[in-house]
Write a protein that binds this ligand. Structure first.
Ligand SMILES: [Cu+2]
Length: 170
């Protein structure tokens, strides 16, 4: 009996270890800034296979990195830190986009020039409170890069549909 419970415990530990890092990041970008602008947003689509929370981040480009939400409050658009982090339900794609959730880079050390990249580390917490990090290099752009803005996947993979040789219809 003792041996059996030991085995199941260690299996659980293994499972939670692998689960903690299972956050898929798609279409990430950061908004370019102009000289004198001290803050900007980073946007992306996050899918946590087993559910997680985005609780924070860090970037060498910013003094402070926070998880933010923009929303209407009595007719006024307001932005605030999301206390407790952004919930990422298991398997559901959660979009961080202008006008909604975003990662806020504050106290910028230098302007973010478009066509460069900015390093960003995202910090996630799984259901058990175990933290994991994902390190990214985000392209810097003035607006959402082409194919991301319309709310559709940038690239649909059609390769799974059948095995017919690629042949154009007449
Ligand atoms: Cu913000």
């Amino acid at each position: 009996m003792k041996l059996k419970s030991f085995i199941s415990l260690s299996t659980l530990a293994l499972l939670s270890l692998s689960a903690s890092a299972q956050v898929d990041v798609q279409n990430a970008w950061a908004r370019a800034t102009v000289k004198g602008q001290m803050a900007t947003g980073a946007f992306m689509t996050l899918t946590a296979k087993d559910g997680a929370k985005l609780v924070g981040g860090s970037s060498p480009a910013a003094g402070v990195t926070q998880v933010h939400e923009m929303k209407m409050d009595a007719g006024v658009m307001k932005m605030a830190e999301v206390k407790g982090g952004i919930d990422l339900p298991a398997g559901k794609a959660v979009e961080l986009k202008p006008g909604g959730y975003h990662v806020m880079l504050l106290d910028l050390k230098a302007p973010l020039m478009k066509e460069t990249t900015v390093p960003l580390t995202l910090i996630f917490k799984d259901a058990k409170g175990v933290e994991s990090k994902v390190e990214l290099k985000l392209p810097v752009a003035a607006t959402a890069p082409a194919g991301m803005a319309q709310g559709k996947p940038a690239a649909m993979d059609h390769s799974m549909h059948g095995t017919a040789p690629a042949k154009k219809a007449p």
